[in-house]
Design a protein around this ligand. Sequence first.
Ligand SMILES: [Fe+2]
Length: 340
Amino acid sequence: MNEREKILVIDDDLAPRESIRMILKDRYDVLSAGGAREGLDIMGREPVDLVVIDIKMPEMDGITALREIKKKYCDTEVILLTAYASLETARDAIRFGAFDYLIKPFDKDDVLLVVQRGLDKRRANTGLKMERDKLLNRASYLEEQVHKARNNIMTCYEGTVKALILTIDAKDHYTYDHSNRVAELSASLAEAMNVPRKIIKEIKHAASIHDIGKVGIEENILRKNGRLTFDENEEIKKHPSIGVRIVQSVPFLEEAIPVILHHHERYDGMGYPGGLRGKDIPLAARIVNIADAVDAMMSARPYRNALSPDRVLNELQGNAGTQFDPEIVDIILREKVALV
Ligand SMILES: [Fe+2]
């Protein structure tokens, strides 16, 4: 059986206080207090479901006490007792959170009805609060699960990227070192461009596997010392689409696809494989394109020496708007982005 609900009657006048207690005592546990301070002391010691309080009292009036009660115990319903003369005050008190009021002299049935309705409201509010707490608990549990799942995906993601990088390394160590440097430089460029942190991370991962398609190119072409013939060059040009075929079956690597596919597009539309022009080339691919070219220029080749940083900057400037995105070149020059 449910515990009986607790009602506190506060009135400095003994007669109405006792009369309300007598009306309610068979259905509820009734406590009584001869003043607002005494009533608040009782509420500090034990929970009360509903308070019936007189408006006109010495020391602390019922309205002040009502505001105090609502501040400390917002779920406790309050019913005001008022003489006909203070009816307006009682009506005004509804906006301070009083549930209702009873006019003296009160009728037994009215008291029972108003108290019953006040308790119904409290029960409904408590039920809603419990439901809300349950939902909040559920939401935080789900949030935790999502966080765990995201961490698992990130672990898989990092592991897969690492496996792909090691695949490149096994095939061609130069491409592996080159890819790592391109990843670092792409991240620095993206940072100088104020790209959001999450996107910088995606660009860095994509840059580290931008040449993954080279695992599908014959080794004698990849490792050839000297300039490539036309046919060999055509063969090399297949590596972006081979790269896409390799990663497209891994759903969480799809952000890397635009970089893998378009890192050899040129700003003037003369690149490959799509011949995309200007801003039609995805931003991440434009960034990686510059980082890729910078690293290639700064690496020694069998047929030429490494270019100095000043010479590389000149090349970037000279080819801004044709090979490279001029805005990114401007940022490199303005922000003095370290190229090594
Ligand atoms: Fe490439």
